[in-house]
Ligand binder design. Sequence first.
Ligand code: CU
Length: 332
Amino acid sequence: MPTRRDLLWALAGATGAVVIGAAGRRVLDAAAHVRASRDGRVAGSPDYGAGNTHAPYGHGAEPPTRLGPHALDAATIPPPPVRGAVARTLTITQRPVEVAQGVTMDAWTFDGAVPGPVLRITEGETLTLTVRNLTAHPHNLHAHGAHAPGQDGWEPIPAGGTRTYVLVPRPYGLYPYHCDLVPGAAHLGRGLHGLLIVDPPAGRAPATERTLVLGGFDADGDGRSERFGWNGVAGFFARHPLKVRRGERVRLYVANLVVDEPVATFHLHANTFGVIRSGTGMTPGEITDVAAMTVGERAILEMRFDEPGRYMFHPHQGRMAEAGAMGWIAVE
Ligand SMILES: [Cu+2]
């Protein structure tokens, strides 16, 4: 017995054939997509049963098979808080990065990775960043937040050049850093972005901390992302869930750096979280299960999980979730 939804899809398929225009094509695409996904099952996802006719989120993109469960630890587990001044050298290179199984992006990277390394400093301390541009194109490193305008990083570093930025980042919070040259889809979007955590001088309460940067991957160079993912790989956290323990405080540093969509959300299933917008406070301003962020926005999300199990997370924008940005938090 077909369900009402099956009938609607059948109707969409039948009428879509005579509809001219983008809306009609989207209906056709969606109907074809759902038909193609039937019986599809994602490794590591719950068994939805033989009667499943509509695949769950996460069926749209698989991570490269060579990536094991710890492949993204450097991007996902932030360094612990540090006291004192911090000096880092970041090297910009051009290299192919496999952003999904069988999908390679000709990326520009900070230190070879997309996103770049998580930088961390305590408010009031001096951050010295030396940036070497080893590519054949000009780039730069611009950090968000307040700092001396002469250190803002909007000026190009020429091919082969080096520039040192001296920042005293304030106020405490969560900031993106990125190449600020245009077009943004080619510079920020092709991988030149990362997170800067500025800790409050008194520190935050102990927690299991994770960083999650939402990115869009334009592998074919048409200016439009075909895949999406957290920390540089589509589908990774659907295959390899974030793991936390029941009852502990979990603190997620989350940023949206998808340049070709106006807004993305972080949506968590089966639980709620507190939102500290931009990370510039100590206590959450709201309790919710959907936090919206436009391009470059970020938030600290704090939560506890009372029950073991798998908790799904994804942007509530279906295009992103279905193309790689769905993941799981596994609570033990
Ligand atoms: Cu650039």
